[in-house]
Design a protein around this ligand. Structure first.
Ligand SMILES: CC(C)(COP(=O)(O)OP(=O)(O)OC[C@H]1O[C@@H](n2cnc3c(N)ncnc32)[C@H](O)[C@@H]1OP(=O)(O)O)[C@@H](O)C(=O)NCCC(=O)NCCS
Length: 191
């Protein structure tokens, strides 16, 4: 899939596309111990997890650059969310009869050190919402986009409408669950 094209002011223009063989070996500047697991996942697991149909990963790479590198990536997988009575789905009375609701999980999201603040994270997130709506919701029931957010990225997700799962346990978690209801993004559903 060819995703979006970014044209950030201070970063080279980039495209977002599905991960390809060899991408995991490209330079990807992600310093800091707190981001080690995001880097290891990209290097060691992203291509394998794609082959195993566990996650699908999308990468942002510079457009028209001789030497390629990874500016950022996002990995998606199918999932469920248990609201435990904390959210009443407006158009779905008695949703609480079911323990969980169908969702897509943002399993990983990271933008390279030098590429932050240029819109790459926003574009990766926006592509995920488009994929959910245009491809998943259009053919398989799926209502929410969810993630386990690092505390320092709660504000980023919040900016795009994600809410914290409203339980004490979740708020105290080191990677709290955040969710976005996709229904308002879907213009018309027949029937
Ligand atoms: C969080 C992260 C993905 C954001 O990516 P980014 O490319 O720097 O973000 P963007 O440039 O697209 O920012 C889009 C908007 O979100 C805001 N924003 C970015 N990071 C933010 C944060 N941590 N908290 C609050 N707002 C944030 C920006 O200010 C910008 O707002 P604006 O449009 O009003 O100017 C990136 O900082 C990152 O990879 N962090 C390390 C790993 C991480 O935390 N991953 C997240 C999930 S585990």
């Amino acid at each position: 899939m060819q995703g979006t094209e970014g044209t950030a002011n201070s970063a080279p223009p980039y495209i977002i596309r599905t991960i390809q063989k060899g991408d995991c070996k490209l330079p990807f500047a992600l310093a800091g111990k707190q981001h080690e697991s995001l880097k290891i996942y990209f290097r060691k697991d992203s291509e394998r997890a794609r082959r195993e149909l566990i996650t699908q990963t999308y990468v942002a790479v510079p457009k028209n650059s001789i030497i390629s590198c990874i500016l950022g990536y996002i990995s998606l997988m199918s999932a469920e969310i248990a609201f435990a009575g904390t959210y009443s789905i407006p158009d779905k009375p008695r949703a609480d009869r079911y323990p969980t609701q169908p969702a897509i999980r943002i399993a990983r999201l990271a933008v390279a050190d030098g590429a932050r603040g240029c819109g790459v994270g926003r574009d990766l997130l926006s592509l995920s919402i488009s994929i959910a709506i245009d491809h998943v919701c259009a053919s398989v029931g799926c209502r929410f986009l969810i993630t386990n957010a690092k505390p320092e990225s709660v504000g980023f997700y919040g900016k795009y409408g994600f809410a914290l799962l409203d339980t004490d346990e979740n708020r105290a978690s080191i990677a709290p669950i955040m969710w976005l209801d996709l229904r308002p993004y879907v213009a018309t559903i027949g029937g």
